[in-house]
Ligand binder design. Structure first.
Ligand code: ATP
Ligand code: MG
Length: 718
């Protein structure tokens, strides 16, 4: 029988290096594999599992591989079956799902029932975590909390539970909002207020599982005996309570392989404990520690740049990432004019890509994604979104805008008017509105309101103006309508005063309006606009659960961890975005933001593009300090070649098809054409600058100019 490594070389064309081999062979006892991005940590972990099964004849069921997220569990399962197609499947799962099994078993045995209060229980949840926290906030601080405050409170509670801070210390902790510790305690009390019944959030599963393994010897033994080998990937993002669960599970054999890169720790805000790795030898005194510094993923330019970039961080294990890979193309940095030009640049480039699976657009905040979703969908470029943000479409601002529009179809609808009149900056009080609703007036709502309610002269004058404004809306294009709502109908001013009153971030609210305006500006009617929003919401769902095969990935920087792509666009690299304002004011958070930027850059194999823009809606924007750090590093007369500073849009990324159609008149309805991504299809509609093509089951709408200039379609003779 050939040697395992020789066999893998022949089957997979992967030759492991000496350290990787050592990590594979070192199956017994604790092992910490501390390594750089792209150095083959995940690859080695998978090889090690295969080695255990093929060479040591370990039953796959007795191996437990813990991954960071459900998505990475799926990635690993897929990678494993590719490497070892003949093996029985191995259980790759998240620590949460393992903890849930343990907690459930413990609670059931003690006769305790429970309900989950987060994670979208599809209407079955008796109480919802956010709802509960909002109530507690109001009870303690006597005011409503904003969405941001709710999110920080929730993260704070999560982080103290993950750090295993004892309950009695909570009150004294400094939290993100006043009295956060007290609210956290109240939250805990509320969840266990019914004897014999618990309300559980995701963190409780970890806490209960850990406690069960500590206190219940019988249960602990049962779970310890389930697995002979444990492995954990991305362990720099494992929290203390999670590490403790693992400690209990390997207590009798110590067969634990921990794979980590402290430079990629991006979840300390949520309680991850990368320092645990520094103490690994204290917990497991006979542990082996192996370092891997050779990067197999990225070009020479990317490895040299990123290796130097992360050295700015003070708090890290020193490492010297290097590569034997060839130089490919310079790092590409570009400041575009505004968000729209950034979007145009990226989509234009995507149209020239044939293998979209190998391309990713990475952003700091999910809110950046909607404009991209709109544009990609419009141009028929398939996309995949792992952690799609469908909340955009149900945001109250979207609902407000639609209601403003709905009223224009029938200005006698009191019910719709009631939903928006307080958002017209008219200083209408709730009691005025109630009075109006309770009076049986009919006719135009503005006239009726003036007649029913006692208003100041200035309010009456404004109401009359609004009535006039409304009269012309039905003939307007939806982009113009949104501008009118924002400016002439006082919506933007009302939003500003609301933001001040309730502590919303006005920038965020205005960016939602900008996005809506951007979507609307490409459409002709308000009905088209409403339909388009529904279409996009559906497209996001599809992109998440049912993506096309050859699709570009849209992802947050956080969710891109562990993945790799030939070409990576990092967008919106602006001051205030990454690092955020909060990050700038705290040395530890600034280092975490730098790690996040580093995680993004190290996803690229060949071509890394770092993009920003100079202004947004007339407001000047500054580049991210990290982008400037990169510029500084590239300017140094080092081994790295300089970035391109002025860039021609690279039409030549994929050569233009010499047979591609270039003339409008060749694209008539009924013509059969071939698209390089979608294959053969028939032109069904030509509408202004849009062309509809039926590719099999799928109807695509493409931009005519783009199709012609990039010669994307070829005529098919039949
Ligand atoms: P990250 O820190 O981003 O999770 P990683 O250390 O887990 O990265 P992998 O994803 O395992 O790295 O590997 C990166 C790339 O390098 C993969 O494409 C993998 O196939 C390749 N690779 C790893 N080891 C080798 C090797 N010995 N020879 C050739 N290619 C390798
Ligand atoms: Mg990995």
């Amino acid at each position: 029988m050939t040697d395992f490594f020789e066999r893998k070389k022949q089957q997979l064309n992967i030759v492991l290096n000496d350290v990787q081999k050592k990590a594979v062979l070192q199956t017994e006892g604790p092992l910490l594999l501390l390594a750089c991005p792209g150095s083959g940590k995940t690859t080695t972990m998978i090889m090690r599992i295969g080695y255990l099964i093929e060479e040591k004849h370990v039953d796959p069921k007795r191996i437990k591989a813990i991954t960071f997220s459900r998505a990475s569990a799926r990635d690993m399962t897929e990678r494993f079956s590719r490497f070892f197609p003949d093996s029985e499947p191995v259980d790759f799962s998240t620590i949460h799902s393992l903890a849930f099994t343990i907690a459930r078993s413990y609670l059931t045995a003690s006769g305790t029932t429970f309900d989950l209060i987060e994670g979208g229980g599809k209407g079955r949840q008796p109480v919802n975590k956010a709802f509960l926290l909002k109530g507690i906030y109001k009870e303690v601080l006597k005011e409503d909390c904003t969405d941001d405050e709710l999110a920080s409170l929730s993260t704070f509670i999560s982080s103290i539970k993950n750090r295993m801070v004892p309950l009695e210390q909570w009150e004294a902790l400094k939290g993100p909002v006043d009295k956060a510790g007290r609210m956290a305690r109240k939250y805990e009390q509320y969840k266990s207020r019914t004897p014999g019944h618990l309300l559980l959030d995701f963190d409780d599963m970890l806490t209960i599982a850990e406690q069960a393994l500590r206190d219940d010897e019988q249960l602990s033994e049962r779970f310890r005996n389930l697995y002979d080998y444990l492995l954990t990937d991305e362990s720099q993002d494992t929290s203390l309570v999670q590490h403790k669960i693992v400690e209990h599970l390997v207590a009798h054999h110590g067969n634990l392989c921990v794979v980590a890169d402290d430079d990629q720790s991006i979840y300390t805000w949520r309680g991850a404990e990368p320092d645990y790795l520094l103490d690994f030898k204290k917990v497991y005194p006979d542990a082996q520690v192996l370092m891997m510094e050779r990067n197999y993923r990225s070009s020479k330019e990317i490895v040299e740049l990123t290796s130097n970039f992360i050295k700015r961080n003070q708090k890290r294990y020193p490492k010297d990432m290097h590569t034997e890979n060839e130089a490919m193309v310079p790092i590409y940095i570009r400041q575009l004019d505004n968000p729209k030009s950034q979007l145009d640049y990226v989509t234009y480039e995507l149209l020239g890509e044939t293998n979209l699976n190998e391309v990713a657009i990475l952003f700091r905040n999910n809110s950046s994604s909607t404009m991209y979703v709109n544009e990609l969908h419009r141009r028929g470029i398939p996309f995949y979104m792992k952690d799609a943000d469908d909340k955009f479409f149900s945001h109250w601002i979207v609902e407000d805008i639609l209601n403003f529009m709905r009223l224009s179809f029938n200005t006698e609808r009191k019910d719709i008017f009631a939903k928006i009149v307080m958002k017209m900056n008219l200083f209408i009080s709730r009691s005025m509105l109630t009075q109006f609703e309770n009076t049986a007036t009919t006719g135009n709502v503005f006239d009726a309101f003036i007649q029913t309610v006692d208003l100041k002269d200035s309010q009456v004058a404004k109401m009359k103006d609004y009535k006039k404004g409304y009269a012309v809306i039905p003939d307007m294009r939806p982009g113009r309508v949104i501008q009118l709502i924002r400016n002439d109908l006082g919506y933007e001013a009302a939003l500003k005063s609301r933001a001040e009153k309730f502590g919303y971030r006005i920038d965020h609210l205005l960016s939602i309006l900008d996005t809506l305006e951007g979507i609307a500006s490409q459409l002709r009617t308000m009905v088209e606009f409403a339909t388009r929003l529904k279409e996009l919401e559906q497209a996001v769902q599809n992109a998440k659960f049912n993506p096309a095969e050859n699709a570009v990935t849209l992802s947050t920087l956080h969710s891109a961890k562990g993945l790799e792509f030939r070409r990576v666009f990092m967008i919106d690299l602006l001051k205030g975005m990454i690092p955020s304002e909060e990050d700038e004011n705290d040395a530890a958070m600034l280092e975490e933001a730098r790690r996040l930027f580093y995680v993004g850059m190290t996803r690229a194999k060949e071509r890394l593009e770092l993009l920003s823009y100079g202004q947004d809606e007339g407001k000047p924007k500054e580049d991210s300090r990290f982008l400037n750090e990169v510029r500084g590093l590239l300017l140094k007369p080092s081994k790295v070649s300089n970035a391109q500073t002025s860039v021609k849009v690279s039409k030549a990324a994929v050569p233009l098809n010499p047979d591609g159609i270039q003339r409008r008149e060749d694209l008539t309805v009924g013509t059969i054409v071939k698209h390089r991504v979608f294959g053969q299809g028939e032109i069904t509609v030509r509408d202004g600058n849009e062309i509809h093509i039926q590719f099999g089951e799928i109807d695509k709408r493409l931009d005519l100019e783009t199709v012609l200039s990039l010669r994307l379609l070829e005529k098919v003779s039949i």
